[in-house]
Design a protein. Structure first.
Length: 151
């Protein structure tokens, strides 16, 4: 199962962690958070950058899963297409109740996304290196969101 992750997806995936890592840093380092709010705006500090970006990424991942579903046919394709909409719908409906509940719901959303990733990989629709990449990225995302929720 643990295949070598191709360089481009690995680098781009790690780069995609920057807003989550930045958000977590601005929570644990209040002076950095204050500077961020002053320099580029409050939306880019604390839990807010993680919440906004997390919703965007869940929606993006719906598109990735849709692409995987397009490799299937018949009932499996229909099931894959239907399941691929879940992360975007989750982000849309579950992130409006304030930073703590939105953060918790994003944690659940990314955990659920990981389960969907696993299912698509199990169906043979994702590349062999997909789950090692998704496990790494999801662990970091969930840890950063937890900082925003519990710190």
């Amino acid at each position: 199962m643990f295949q070598t992750i191709p360089r481009a997806p690995l680098i781009l995936g790690l780069a995609g962690l920057i807003p989550f890592l930045w958000g977590a840093l601005t929570v644990v380092l209040p002076d950095l958070g204050f500077w961020t709010m002053q320099a580029i705006g409050p939306r880019f500090a604390g839990p807010y950058v993680m919440l906004f970006y997390g919703a965007v990424i869940l929606s993006f991942m719906s598109g990735v899963l849709w692409g995987f579903a397009s490799k299937a046919t018949g009932t499996l394709a229909a099931t894959g297409y239907a399941l691929s909409t879940v992360p975007a719908l989750w982000a849309f409906f579950m992130t409006g109740g304030g930073p703590v509940s939105a953060g918790m719901n994003l944690i659940f959303g990314f955990a659920g996304l990981l389960a969907l990733d696993w299912q698509f990989a199990r169906w043979g629709l994702a590349p062999a290196w997909w789950m090692p990449l998704r496990l790494l990225l999801s662990a970091v995302v969930i840890a950063c969101l937890a900082v925003g929720v519990f710190a």
